[in-house]
Design a protein around this ligand. Structure first.
Ligand SMILES: *[C@@H]1O[C@H](CO)[C@@H](O)[C@H](O)[C@H]1NC(C)=O
Ligand SMILES: *[C@@H]1O[C@H](CO)[C@@H](O)[C@H](O)[C@H]1NC(C)=O
Ligand SMILES: *[C@@H]1O[C@H](CO)[C@@H](O)[C@H](O)[C@H]1NC(C)=O
Ligand SMILES: *[C@@H]1O[C@H](CO)[C@@H](O)[C@H](O)[C@H]1NC(C)=O
Ligand SMILES: *[C@@H]1O[C@H](CO)[C@@H](O)[C@H](O)[C@H]1NC(C)=O
Ligand SMILES: *[C@@H]1O[C@H](CO)[C@@H](O)[C@H](O)[C@H]1NC(C)=O
Ligand SMILES: *[C@@H]1O[C@H](CO)[C@@H](O)[C@H](O)[C@H]1NC(C)=O
Ligand SMILES: *[C@@H]1O[C@H](CO)[C@@H](O)[C@H](O)[C@H]1NC(C)=O
Length: 451
């Protein structure tokens, strides 16, 4: 997956400079130490002040400058044979051409003058941190690009057709805040035909259920950032009192107990596994990820992520429920010249062309695990199985869209008071409308044409 280096140097995105990789890793660990809660927690509730305060409450993390010490730790943590040169997954992007059908995930972003399906005026359910238009993002060019697969046409999701297809059906998005971002996009598109009625939300407004009464279609989002059982000691502000306890042998029943209610499931995760965590198996602590001072074996996030996905896929291969499951691959972020906590930003205004950007190692590792475990599971599934598994491989096409994030416009009018004021950037979630709408075009295509 990590492709050969090209002439242009994209700073922290490039793998050309080994030190940069180390910095990125150091950053990942640093960020893990501080909880990564900024972007993956409910973005309503944090403040930057809070972030900096919590630094004193979390276990000491290696300072960013200690890259030398970090790099040796890193290579032992990753436990992948190729981790020395970071060529973690050598598969090319086109390797998933299974059936000889059009590969929806190989293509380019092509300029498209047609207006987005909805705006901040016509969709009323855009959550404030993703409402870039309302929040005053000045450039609108990011709205006029269309994901265009190399080998076929990808029509925009037609909300009428989609709702008709979903008549008397139930669909769920299962995962972290990226899944919520994704479901919001779908809600906005569908609400142009029939407004959704929210019929349930949990206490924290993270899991929700909507109905589209005239189509008897039920749409859910289930917040389960690890997909497996996790004890998360965080309050509503994302302040953690102790490390996450992850049960690597138990799925989160928040989603498994509801699975049989759904005809369609879009499931994904990943980024939360970068957090500091204690790993448990058979109810005993078997190790941890980034827990300095705890005298536990560092097993690496990749170990836990693979275990988690094996559980998830085992659940599907052993289920006799009839459902179509789209497994969504990891989402790259686009922080440049820093991370979210260290002044990183994403102010590009046009997409990358294929070949202009390389994936960072953490994302390559995650997607590598995802694809491997998916393919293993998929070969186990026969015609007689209820579950149909499909790979919603959005990683690469998303990597090409550094221009689609809220950046500073996760806040309302971030520069209203001070043009040069310091603001927090979000270079992980997506503006609505924005590139993530294309994910739904692809979902529609996969469901309709059985791609
Ligand atoms: C990766 O692929 C290239 C050519 O596509 C090949 O020469 C190289 O040996 C591969 N590396 C690994 C580790 O498989
Ligand atoms: C996909 O497979 C078909 C048939 O096997 C082939 O003709 C086509 O070129 C492949 N496409 C890509 C992008 O590899
Ligand atoms: C929508 O965004 C525009 C700027 O793009 C702004 O002028 C308008 O007030 C916003 N409307 C709502 C309802 O937020
Ligand atoms: C609505 O859909 C559910 C399945 O999601 C089905 O059980 C129910 O019978 C449907 N109701 C009507 C009125 O068709
Ligand atoms: C957990 O327990 C089972 C059965 O008791 C055993 O087979 C397995 O190896 C144990 N796993 C670990 C990680 O200790
Ligand atoms: C760390 O754990 C090992 C084995 O569990 C134990 O032998 C050792 O004494 C521990 N070290 C400290 C400093 O607690
Ligand atoms: C699943 O669907 C198939 C037909 O596609 C049907 O034969 C089978 O009985 C269904 N299984 C369940 C558990 O509903
Ligand atoms: C992005 O911000 C950096 C630093 O403020 C600046 O140097 C660069 O010109 C900006 N790029 C764009 C496209 O605005």
């Amino acid at each position: 997956m990590v492709k050969k280096i090209r002439s242009e140097n994209f700073g922290p995105f490039s793998l050309q400079n080994h030190n940069l990789v180390c910095v990125k890793f150091a950053a990942a660990f640093f960020l893990v130490g501080f909880g990564f809660r900024l972007l993956l927690w409910d973005s309503f509730t944090f403040s930057f002040v809070l972030e900096t305060q919590t630094q004193t409450q979390t276990p000491p993390s290696p300072p960013l400058t200690e890259t030398k010490a970090e790099s040796s730790v890193v290579s032992s943590l990753l436990k992948t044979p190729e981790s020395d040169d970071f060529q973690v997954n050598n598969k090319s992007q086109t390797s998933l051409n299974v059936s000889g059908k059009c590969d929806l995930f190989v293509g380019d972003w092509v300029a498209d003058l047609s207006n987005p399906m909805y705006t901040n005026e016509s969709c009323h359910v855009i959550e404030s941190p993703q409402n870039c238009m309302k929040n005053g993002r000045p450039d609108l060019g990011y709205l006029y690009w269309r994901w265009t697969p190399q080998e076929c046409e990808l029509p925009k999701l037609n909300p009428n057709n989609f709702l008709n297809l979903m008549r008397n059906k139930a669909m769920a998005f299962v995962g972290d805040s990226i899944s919520r971002n994704h479901v919001q996009s779908l809600l906005c598109i569908l609400s142009q035909v029939e407004p959704a009625i929210e019929v349930y939300h949990d206490r924290e407004y993270r899991s929700k259920i909507w109905k589209f009464p005239s189509h008897n279609f039920t749409l859910s989002v289930i917040w389960t950032p690890f997909l497996i059982k996790a004890i998360i000691h965080e309050d509503m502000n994302g302040v953690s009192s102790s490390l996450v306890q992850l049960h690597l042998d138990t799925l989160d029943n928040q989603w498994t107990k509801q699975f049989n209610n759904f005809d369609y499931v879009v499931i994904g995760g990943g980024k939360w596994f970068l957090k500091s965590a204690i790993y448990r198996e058979n109810n005993t602590v078997t190790g941890c990820h980034f827990c300095p001072g705890k005298n536990l074996t560092e097993l690496g996030f990749d170990y836990a992520y693979r275990k988690a996905l094996q559980l998830v896929f085992n659940f599907f291969t052993n289920s006799n429920h009839n459902a179509t499951v789209l497994f969504r691959t990891t989402t790259p972020d686009h922080f440049e010249n820093g991370e979210w906590f260290s002044g990183g930003y994403c102010n590009r205004t046009v997409p990358f062309k294929e070949g202009q950007i390389d994936m960072v190692a953490v994302d390559s590792i995650m997607r590598g695990i995802e694809v491997e475990e998916f393919e293993k599971a998929n070969t186990l599934l026969g015609f007689e199985n209820g579950v149909k598994l499909k790979l919603l491989d959005t990683t690469f096409l998303s990597l090409l869209r550094p221009d689609g994030h809220p950046g500073p416009y996760r806040q309302f009018q971030p520069f209203a008071r001070d043009e040069n004021g310091k603001v927090q950037n979000d270079c992980l979630h997506w503006c609505l409308p924005g590139p993530i709408d294309s994910w739904n075009d692809i979902v529609m295509e996969m469901l309709v044409n059985g791609q």
